[in-house]
Design a protein around this ligand. Structure first.
Ligand SMILES: *Cc1c(COP(=O)(O)O)cnc(C)c1O
Length: 425
């Protein structure tokens, strides 16, 4: 072994994994077990008291999941990670460690439709108040800051429009406000953007999408950048104050730059319970091994198809940050020079009816509510994912009635273009 820093593709295959110490198995085994035998009573007590690291019960941790956690932390440049049952579970678990009833967090209005619902309804019922801001107007984030603000939440590349967010500008607002910046990096994946390099304190993923990549497993992950000082002004007592259930230890004092990941595991995941199945962790790990190859092909196909659509007579507009004239092209060049992702929207001249008709005529594209599969996918957000929003919210979040969202897969682009051509005709 040399002391070279391994590159991204090497980490995607090797980070966190070693041949299984008992059997020599080279692929990471699926440790399909609920619980783990203690060496002796002292060992059990030290695990429960957080004085030693080890496996207790799969709701709190599992060796297959641990490989996934270490791998994604390495790819994102974080100190540690926690895998959970879904992207939405990652959002609940992370925010539960930061907010108490009556607190606020600021969120970008351009977000995954499910996140808009989760923040507006479920989180509201917990007393966590979302305050919306606009990523096209950085000052709107500054204006939204109050003494109750505990976090800022954005997407690096935002669903559904594929718009690129100025992470550094919003990180500056978060730093000034003394709150962590949380970046949902699902649509970019760390192959295209590493938000921690641009000032993010916490990175979240729906592993369901490009990281798993094959449309077969739901999962989520929280990555701790290790950058935030949780103790400096008493705003985050869960991390800075003694924990009664763990003999009065203070999490940041004890665990330093991975205290947030530990808190998410030993408090939020332990108590809320959305554990990731080791089987899903195995599927997602296998997907991550080819992330760099897949992501590049996704982006190359998406760019070619966006260029083809941009000159099609039935198409009013293509919103893809990878296109030279796009409003977000400068941000794409800065934050994701390898490609602007594979999810974008088009507006059809024929409006709502044309959108509904297009999704029903496409054959190779699957009409469903997902993105980031090897297969190409299509949806009409206004009649599906974003249908719960009112018209103003729909348009503000990039899901107006004439908008169709595409998630470009890794098939041959000529076949995808032929399918679009017949459906648009
Ligand atoms: C899908 C998605 C989520 C939610 O993830 P699940 O795994 O479906 O719970 C969150 N954010 C973004 C950007 C997504 O695309």
């Amino acid at each position: 072994m040399t002391d070279r820093q391994p590159g991204f593709s090497t980490l995607a295959i090797h980070a966190g994994a070693q041949p299984d110490p008992t059997t020599g198995a080279r692929a990471t085994p699926i440790y399909q077990t609920t619980s783990f035998v203690f060496n002796d009573a002292d060992h059990a007590a030290s695990l429960f008291g957080l004085q030693a690291f080890g496996n207790i019960y799969t709701r709190i941790g599992n060796p297959t999941n641990a490989v996934l956690e270490e791998r994604v932390a390495a790819l994102e440049g974080g100190t540690a990670a926690l895998a959970v049952a879904s992207g939405h579970a990652a959002q609940v678990v992370a925010l539960q460690m930061l907010l108490k009833p009556g607190d606020e967090f600021i969120a970008a209005r351009k977000l995954y439709g499910g996140s808009i619902n989760q923040f507006s309804h479920a989180f509201k019922s917990f007393g966590w108040n979302v305050v919306w801001a606009d990523t096209d107007d950085i000052a709107s984030f500054e204006r939204a800051v109050t003494p109750h603000t505990k976090a800022i939440f954005i997407e690096s590349i935002a669903n559904p429009g594929g718009t690129v967010t100025d992470i550094e500008a919003i990180a500056a607002v978060a730093r000034k406000a003394g709150v962590p910046l949380i970046v949902d990096n699902t649509l970019a994946s760390p192959y295209l953007i590493r938000p921690i390099d641009h000032g993010a304190d916490i990175v979240l993923h729906s592993l369901t999408k490009f990281l798993g990549g094959h449309g077969n497993s739901i999962g989520g992950i929280i990555v701790d950048a290790g950058t935030f000082d949780w103790s400096k002004d008493g705003k985050y007592p869960i991390l800075s104050e003694p924990r009664p259930e763990y003999h009065g230890i203070r999490l940041q004092e004890t665990f330093g730059n991975f205290a947030f990941a530990i808190a998410c595991r030993v408090l939020a995941l332990r108590d809320l319970g959305p554990a990731l199945s080791p089987f899903n962790a195995f599927m997602i790990l296998t997907g991550i091994e080819t992330l760099p190859l897949r992501m590049q092909k996704h982006c190359d196909n998406a760019k070619a198809i966006a260029e083809w659509l941009a000159v099609h007579p039935a198409v009013a507009a293509v919103n893809y940050a990878g296109l030279a004239g796009d409003k977000y092209n400068n941000l794409a060049r800065k934050y994701c020079p390898k490609g602007a992702g594979a999810v974008f929207t088009i507006s059809l001249k024929g409006g709502y009816d044309a959108g509904v008709k297009l999704v029903s005529k496409l054959q190779l594209f699957s009409h469903l509510a997902n993105v980031g599969d090897t297969r190409s996918l299509v949806i009409h957000p206004a009649s599906t994912t974003h249908s719960q929003l009112d018209d103003a919210q729909k348009t503000k979040s990039g899901a107006g009635p004439d908008v169709v969202r595409l998630s470009i897969g890794i098939e041959d682009k000529e076949d995808l273009i032929a399918d679009l051509e017949q459906a648009l005709a």
